[in-house]
Write a protein that binds this ligand. Structure first.
Ligand SMILES: [Zn+2]
Length: 266
C-alpha cells in the first residue's frame, strides 16, 4: 500500500472506499512483516486502492485488484518443474504463503504472531481468531488458500499476514457489494437464481381495510376533486408519499401543491 504515514493514510482513506481503520491495519501488518525482513525475505503487497469518485465502482476495482494480488503464483509455462510439481509454485506446505512463498512458521517464530496483531476494523477480531481457529473445535489450524482465491480447489498453502488481511478485506467488500446489489436490483428473478425462495405477494392482497379517521373522512370528496383536477390542470400537484410503516402508497401521506392556478389556467 502506498504511503504509510498517518496523513498519507487519512488522505488516501478520504479518496477511496477503504476506511482509515482498514488502512491502518494493512499498514501495521506491513510494518510488522517488514521488521523481520532483515532475517527473511518479505515481499510487499502493493495494493493501490482505487480513487474512482464513484464508491461502488471504486470497490469493484478494488475487488478485482485484490483477486489479482491474491491469486496463487503459478510456475512459468516453460518451467520443467511443472511436469512433476504442478502448476502452482507454492503448493506443498500449508504454512507457506501461496503468493510469495513466505515461510509463515518461521515468520511467527521470528516476529511473534502477526496475525494476532491485525484486527477487523468493525468486530475487533484478529485475523488469527477469524482464520486460524477451527470454528467448531476451536483448535488451531492454518488457513488454506484456494485456487481461485474465494473458490476452487484447496491448495496446500496459506496466506502470510499481509495477504490474509487483503483477503479479509476482499471478502468484506464482496459482501457489501452483494448487499447493495440486492437492494438495488432485488428482483425475484435474481433472488431465485441465488436459490432464495421468496414468494412475491401481489400488492392488491395487502390492501387494507379503510380505517380513515372520522376527522379526515369529510375531506375525502375534497381529495377526490383534487385528484380529478390535478390531471386537468398543471397548477395542481397531488404528491403521493409511501407510508413509511407499510411502504405502500395508501393515501395516508398525500400532499397537495397549488401553483398560481389563476394565471396559468386562466
Ligand atoms: Zn504473502
Amino acid at each position: 500500500m502506498i504511503g504509510n504515514t498517518q496523513n498519507d493514510l487519512l488522505r488516501l482513506a478520504a479518496q477511496t472506499q477503504m476506511t482509515y481503520a482498514q488502512m491502518q491495519q494493512q499498514a501495521s501488518a506491513q510494518a510488522a512483516m517488514n521488521n523481520v525482513s532483515e532475517h527473511i525475505e518479505v515481499p510487499q503487497v502493493n495494493f493501490y486502492p482505487s480513487q474512482h469518485p464513484n464508491h461502488k465502482k471504486a470497490r469493484r476495482k478494488d475487488i478485482k485488484q485484490a483477486y489479482k494480488l491474491l491469486s496463487p503464483t503459478k510456475r512459468s509455462i516453460l518451467s520443467p518443474k511443472r511436469a512433476w510439481g504442478g502448476k502452482y509454485r507454492y503448493n506443498t506446505n500449508t504454512m507457506r504463503c501461496c503468493v510469495d512463498g513466505c515461510d509463515v512458521e518461521y515468520l511467527l517464530r521470528a516476529a511473534g504472531n502477526i496475525y494476532e496483531q491485525v484486527f477487523d476494523d468493525e468486530t475487533g477480531q484478529s485475523l488469527w481468531d477469524i482464520y486460524f481457529k477451527n470454528p467448531v473445535t476451536g483448535e488451531i489450524e492454518a488457513f488454506i488458500a484456494r485456487e481461485k482465491v474465494t473458490s476452487g480447489r484447496k491448495l496446500r498453502a496459506t496466506y502470510c499476514p499481509e495477504h490474509l488481511h487483503l483477503y479479509h478485506l476482499l471478502t468484506k467488500w464482496e459482501k457489501e457489494d452483494e448487499k447493495e446489489e440486492e437492494m438495488s436490483s432485488g428482483t425475484l428473478k435474481s433472488k431465485l437464481k441465488k436459490g432464495v425462495s421468496t414468494v412475491a405477494v401481489p400488492i392488491a392482497t395487502l390492501k387494507k381495510k379503510d380505517n380513515t379517521p372520522e376527522l379526515l373522512k369529510k375531506y375525502e370528496p375534497f381529495f377526490m376533486q383534487l385528484e380529478k383536477d390535478s390531471k386537468a390542470y398543471n397548477g395542481i400537484n397531488l404528491l403521493h408519499y409511501k407510508n413509511p410503516e407499510t411502504g405502500i402508497n395508501d393515501g395516508d401521506y398525500d400532499c397537495v401543491r397549488f401553483e398560481a392556478i389563476s394565471t396559468r389556467n386562466g
